[in-house]
Design a protein around this ligand. Structure first.
Ligand SMILES: Cc1cc2nc3c(=O)[nH]c(=O)nc-3n(C[C@H](O)[C@H](O)[C@H](O)COP(=O)(O)OP(=O)(O)OC[C@H]3O[C@@H](n4cnc5c(N)ncnc54)[C@H](O)[C@@H]3O)c2cc1C
Ligand SMILES: NC(=O)c1ccc[n+]([C@@H]2O[C@H](COP(=O)([O-])OP(=O)(O)OC[C@H]3O[C@@H](n4cnc5c(N)ncnc54)[C@H](OP(=O)(O)O)[C@@H]3O)[C@@H](O)[C@H]2O)c1
Length: 281
C-alpha cells in the first residue's frame, strides 16, 4: 500500500519559466535513509480533478547526508497538453503542502563493489541531458561528502545555456578539484549545448552538440572524453551512469557497445556490467 507522507515546500528557485529547483521539508522533520541516485514519488491534489491526489516520480538531487530537506529539479511539461502534476507544482509557493512516498530505485545507485566482490575503483562517468542531471547532483554531493577518491567526470547537455541547472555548483566542485589536488578530490564537469546556433546561445564557447558527442571519436579515433581523461576508455577502467531521454542512452551505447560495454539490465553471466541508466522514456 502506498503511504503518502506530508511535507511543506521550503524553497523555490525559478531558473526559467519552465524549470525550477525546489525543496521540501517533511512535516515530522525526518529525512529517511536513501541512496544517491534514487527517486521518490510526489503527490499533489489536482484542483481540476476534484482535488484527487496524482503522483509522479522525481529523482532526488539532494544527497543522503543532507538531513534538512529533499531537493529536485523539475521541468514544467507543456506539450502537447499541460502536464497534470508539473502544472500544479509550478503554482506552489513556499509553505504549501506536498505529499511524498519513501525513496526507491536501484537503476542509478553508485556501484561500490564489482561483481566478484572487489572494490569498484573504476572512473565514474555520468552522462545526462536536461533534468536528467538530478541524480548526478546527488552523486556528486554524496561522493564529495564521503571523500570518495575515484575519478569522477560529470557531462551535462542541454538545449540552452540557462538550462545547465547546476552549472555554478558543479563548476565550483571542478575548481575545488584543481585547487586541492586530484589525489584528494578528482572531479571534472563539462557541459554541452545542443542548439549552439540559436541566438540565446551565442556566447557559448564550450562543447557543442548533444551530450553523447563527448564520446564520439574524432580524427585519430580519440573522443573528447578520452582527451579529457588522457587515456582510452575501457570497460576495465570506466563505469558509465546515464540519465535522460532514451535517445541519450542509445547515443551513449552506440559508442560504447562496440567497445564491449554492457548495461546492468544485460549483465554478463558472471554478473559484470559497465553501464547503469534511467531513461525518461
Ligand atoms: C524514475 C523517474 C524519475 C523522474 N525524475 C524527474 C525529475 O527529476 N525531473 C523531472 O522534471 N521529471 C522527472 N520525471 C518525470 C516525471 O515523473 C513526470 O513524468 C513529468 O514531470 C510529467 O508529469 P505531469 O503529471 O506534469 O505530466 P502528465 O500529465 O503525466 O503528462 C505526460 C505527457 O503526456 C502528455 N499528455 C497528457 N495528457 C494528454 C492527453 N490527453 N493527450 C495527449 N497527451 C497528453 C503531456 O503533454 C506530457 O507530454 C521522472 C520520471 C521517472 C520515471
Ligand atoms: N528519470 C527520469 O525519467 C526523468 C528525469 C528527469 C526528467 N524527466 C522528464 O523528461 C522530460 C524532458 O526532460 P528535459 O526537459 O530535462 O530535457 P530537454 O531539455 O528537452 O532535453 C535535454 C537535452 O536532451 C536532448 N534531447 C532531446 N530529445 C532527445 C532525444 N530524443 N535523443 C537524444 N537527446 C535528446 C536535447 O537536445 P535538443 O536541443 O537537440 O532537443 C537537450 O540537449 C520532462 O518531461 C521530464 O519530466 C524524466
Amino acid at each position: 500500500m502506498v503511504v503518502d507522507h506530508k511535507a511543506a515546500i521550503s524553497y523555490i528557485e525559478l531558473l526559467k519559466e519552465d524549470l525550477i529547483i525546489f525543496r521540501f521539508v517533511p512535516n515530522d522533520g525526518i529525512i529517511p535513509e536513501y541512496e544517491a541516485g534514487q527517486f521518490l514519488t510526489l503527490g499533489l491534489p489536482i484542483v481540476a480533478e476534484n482535488h484527487r491526489l496524482i503522483r509522479r516520480a522525481y529523482s532526488i538531487a539532494s544527497h543522503p547526508e543532507n538531513k534538512k530537506y529533499f531537493e529536485f529539479v523539475v521541468r514544467w511539461v507543456r506539450k502537447p497538453l499541460p502536464g497534470r502534476v508539473t502544472t500544479e507544482l509550478f503554482y506552489l509557493s513556499e509553505g504549501d503542502p506536498i505529499f511524498w512516498t519513501n525513496p526507491v530505485g536501484d537503476a542509478l545507485t553508485i556501484n561500490d563493489k564489482l561483481h566478484d566482490g572487489r572494490k569498484d575503483e573504476r572512473r565514474i562517468v555520468m552522462v545526462s541531458g536536461g533534468t536528467g542531471i538530478a541524480p548526478f547532483v546527488s552523486f556528486t554531493r554524496h561522493l564529495h561528502d564521503v571523500g570518495d577518491k575515484r575519478e569522477i567526470i560529470c557531462l551535462h547537455g542541454s538545449s540552452y545555456m540557462d538550462e545547465l541547472s547546476y552549472q555554478k555548483e558543479l563548476t565550483a566542485f571542478d575548481t575545488e578539484s584543481i585547487d586541492r589536488g586530484k589525489d584528494k578530490w578528482n572531479f571534472t564537469y563539462r557541459a554541452s549545448i545542443s542548439r549552439p546556433k540559436e541566438w540565446f546561445n551565442r556566447s557559448w564557447s564550450g562543447n557543442k552538440g548533444r551530450v553523447e558527442s563527448f564520446l564520439k571519436p574524432k580524427a585519430g579515433g580519440i573522443s573528447t572524453l578520452e582527451e579529457m581523461v588522457g587515456e582510452k576508455i575501457t570497460k576495465d577502467n570506466t563505469m558509465f551512469y546515464i540519465c535522460g531521454w532514451q535517445g541519450t542512452i542509445d547515443g551513449v551505447m552506440d559508442f560504447m557497445t562496440p567497445q564491449g560495454f554492457v548495461t546492468m539490465q544485460d549483465k554478463r553471466e558472471d554478473g559484470s556490467f559497465e553501464v547503469k541508466f534511467e531513461s525518461y522514456g
